[in-house]
Design a protein around this ligand. Structure first.
Ligand code: SF4
Length: 300
């Protein structure tokens, strides 16, 4: 939950999630829809899906006990090098290094590495260094301290070098290049994806579509894209313009022109469901769908 999200935001979700799924077995048994619902509002839903898959794998492959072996941990769904390092060092007390964005920046500055930390060779070097300087038996504390240093002192734009506890070992500070190291890769403009959305009412209900389990926002519910309905054989008929709504993702922006199709004839489809708009909140719905329904309720 903490990946890409602040602690204060996460705490209530974390508590609610643990009440709802108090053990790895209860999470493994849960329906995807209920897991996504408990996650709703935190964003990056891939993490929820991975956690669910991870719980299933722990139950199926390891009898419900989280594995201790580095390879077995890394083989669990959704666990990459960083997460494996965090779990092993902090939760299991292993001498395992980790490099997240904050640690990468701190190390690059300590060594005055100018090239972008996204560069593969630089990344590999940083992992080597993180491993070499790891104090045996204190890896969890050390890794947390490094992440915290990057988050609070050695920040991207304005590193607070005078109050930094590792200043005397820092090459970038000595060279006076701290705020220019590492070089940031040029920010690319986010591409725009346009996707017309259909509002199809029927006897006080509204049509929703469940997204495929795999891929972006997997298993979440949304007002269906027009192209999806046409693709499965629905006839939309004449539409009335409702408005245009935007939502930003990490790698692209979504722009949705919304139209209402009161006369649509919708073909049978297990991914589609007619829902009372007042109970929309019972399903895990996408942010864009929440935005659109909130705007409609507000009469805009
Ligand atoms: S001295 Fe400055 S640049 Fe070096 S690690 Fe500390 S805060 Fe970062």
């Amino acid at each position: 939950m903490l990946q890409q999200t602040r602690v204060e935001t996460v705490i209530p979700y974390y508590r609610r999630f643990l009440r709802r799924f108090p053990s790895v077995r209860s999470l493994a048994r849960a329906r995807r829809q209920d897991v996504l619902k408990a996650w709703e509002g935190l964003g990056y839903y891939r993490r929820a899906a991975n956690l669910h898959e991870g719980a299933k794998a722990v139950v199926e492959r390891h009898g419900g006990r989280f594995p201790r072996d580095a390879k077995a941990i890394r083989a669990l769904p959704g666990i990459g090098d960083y997460t494996a390092g965090a779990i092993r060092s902090i939760a299991l007390g292993h001498n395992a290094p980790l490099v997240d964005g904050n640690v990468a920046r701190v190390l690059a500055r300590l060594l005055a590495i100018r090239r972008p930390v996204r560069d593969r060779a630089v990344r590999a070097r940083l992992w080597e260094v993180a491993s070499a300087i790891l104090p045996a038996g204190r890896a969890g504390d050390f890794n947390q301290a490094m992440m915290e240093l990057g988050a609070t002192v050695c920040t991207p734009r304005a590193p607070a070098c005078p109050s930094c506890p590792v200043r005397r070992w820092c090459r970038a500070e000595r060279l006076g290049t701290a705020d220019r190291v590492p070089t940031r890769a040029q920010a690319r403009e986010r591409p725009v994806r346009r996707e017309p959305i259909a509002l199809v009412p029927r006897r006080g209900r509204i049509l929703l579509r469940k997204r495929p389990d795999e891929g972006l926002l997997g298993g979440m519910w949304e007002f269906p894209p027009e192209a999806y309905l046409r693709g499965q054989g629905s006839r939309l008929g004449a539409g009335e313009a409702v408005g245009t709504y935007r939502h930003g993702f990490t790698h692209f922006s979504q722009v949705a022109r919304v139209r209402r199709y009161p006369d649509a004839r919708v073909g049978p489809d297990r991914a589609l469901r007619w829902v009372d708009p007042r109970t929309l909140g019972n399903l895990p719905v996408t942010r864009l769908t929440t935005k659109i329904s909130a705007a409609l309720r507000g009469g805009t």
